[in-house]
Ligand binder design. Structure first.
Ligand code: ATR
Length: 268
C-alpha cells in the first residue's frame, strides 16, 4: 500500500518538500507519496483534531505550526517552543516535534565541522519563528547567544527565553567582534525582500556566517562574507536536514543529505 505523507500549510504549493522526499523514496525504494496539503487557517484545528486516517504523518509549515502542536504529544524542541513541524503516529496517538533548529545545527555540523570549537558567541539576527528555533537549538548545544532584531522588544524576549543577551542593532559591531558564528534568521535577503546590509569587518577571521534564507542560495550577506574570506553556510542545508527528522520518524531510516539531493530540491 502506498503510504501517504505531506506538508500541511497555507499557502503550501511552493514547497520544495515533495522534491526532497521524492528523491529519498526513489533511493530507498519506499512506496510512498508526499503531497502538499493546503489547509485554510480556519480549518487547521479541525484538520489536526481529526487527523486523516490515511495520512501516515506530515510536516507542518506556516501558519499552522502552533495549531499542530496543540493536537499532539510534544517532544524535543516542540515541547519547549510550542510549535511543531513534524507529526507522526506512535502508539495510537499523534506525536510531534520541531526539527528546524536541529536541521540548522546538522547543516552547520556538516558544512563546517569544528565550528562549535571556535571560541566566541553566536549572534542571531531576527526574533521570528525561524530565529526562535535556531536560537533554541544553539542554546541547547550550550552556546552563548547574542540576539539582535529590528524590533528590540522581541530580541529581549527571545534572549530571556534562551538565556542569551539582547543587543541593539546599532551595537552589532561590538557583538560581531566577539562572534564565532553569525546567523541571519530574518527574512532579509529572501526573494524580493531588501538585502541584509551589515558591515562584516568586525567579525574575527575564524567566524562562520550562516543564512537560513535559501532563495537565493547565495544571499548578499553570504556573498559579502565570502569576499571577506569567511566560512559560509547557506540555508538549503537547514531545509534538507530538518526534513531528515520526518523521514526517519515515518520510515525508520535516516536519509542522507548530499549534492544530488540539493540539486533535486532546487530543480524548477
Ligand atoms: P519567520 O517565521 O520566517 O521567522 P517572522 O516571524 O515574520 O518570519 O519573522 C521575520 C523576521 O525578519 C523578524 O525577526 C523580523 O523583524 P521584526 O521582528 O522587527 O519584524 C525580520 N524582518 C523582516 N523584515 C525586516 C526588515 N525590513 N528589516 C529588519 N528585519 C526584518
Amino acid at each position: 500500500m502506498t503510504l501517504r505523507v505531506g506538508v500541511v500549510g497555507w499557502p503550501v504549493a511552493h514547497s520544495r518538500s515533495p522534491a526532497i522526499f521524492g528523491e529519498w523514496f526513489a533511493r530507498h525504494g519506499i512506496d510512498a507519496r508526499y503531497e502538499t496539503i493546503p489547509v485554510p487557517p480556519g480549518e487547521a484545528d479541525a484538520f489536526f483534531a481529526t487527523f486523516p486516517a490515511d495520512l501516515h504523518g506530515c510536516n507542518v509549515t506556516i501558519p499552522h505550526k502552533g495549531v499542530a502542536a496543540r493536537h499532539a504529544r510534544l517532544e524535543g524542541a516542540a515541547a519547549r517552543l510550542g510549535v511543531a513541524n513534524t507529526v507522526w503516529r506512535e502508539g495510537g496517538a499523534l506525536h510531534a516535534t520541531s526539527s528546524d533548529g536541529e536541521g540548522f545545527i546538522r547543516s552547520l555540523d556538516e558544512a563546517r565541522p569544528g565550528w562549535a570549537d571556535v571560541p566566541g558567541v553566536a549572534v542571531v539576527l531576527g526574533a521570528g519563528g525561524a530565529a526562535v528555533s535556531v536560537a533554541d537549538a544553539l542554546a541547547e548545544r550550550g552556546h552563548a547567544l547574542v540576539i539582535a532584531n529590528r524590533t528590540t522588544e522581541k530580541a529581549e524576549e527571545l534572549a530571556r527565553a534562551v538565556g542569551g543577551t539582547a543587543a541593539l542593532w546599532d551595537d552589532l559591531p561590538d557583538a560581531l567582534s566577539g562572534a564565532a558564528l553569525l546567523v541571519n534568521a530574518t527574512s532579509l535577503g529572501m526573494g524580493n525582500n531588501p538585502p541584509l546590509c551589515l558591515d562584516l569587518a568586525p567579525l574575527p577571521a575564524s567566524a562562520t556566517v550562516a543564512d537560513i534564507v535559501y532563495h537565493p542560495l547565495e544571499t548578499p550577506l553570504l556573498a559579502a562574507a565570502r569576499v571577506r574570506g569567511l566560512a559560509v553556510v547557506d540555508g538549503l542545508g537547514m531545509l534538507l536536514h530538518q526534513a531528515t527528522v520526518g523521514f526517519e520518524k515515518w520510515f525508520g531510516i535516516r536519509p542522507a543529505v548530499d549534492e544530488t539531493l540539493r540539486r533535486a530540491a532546487l530543480a524548477p
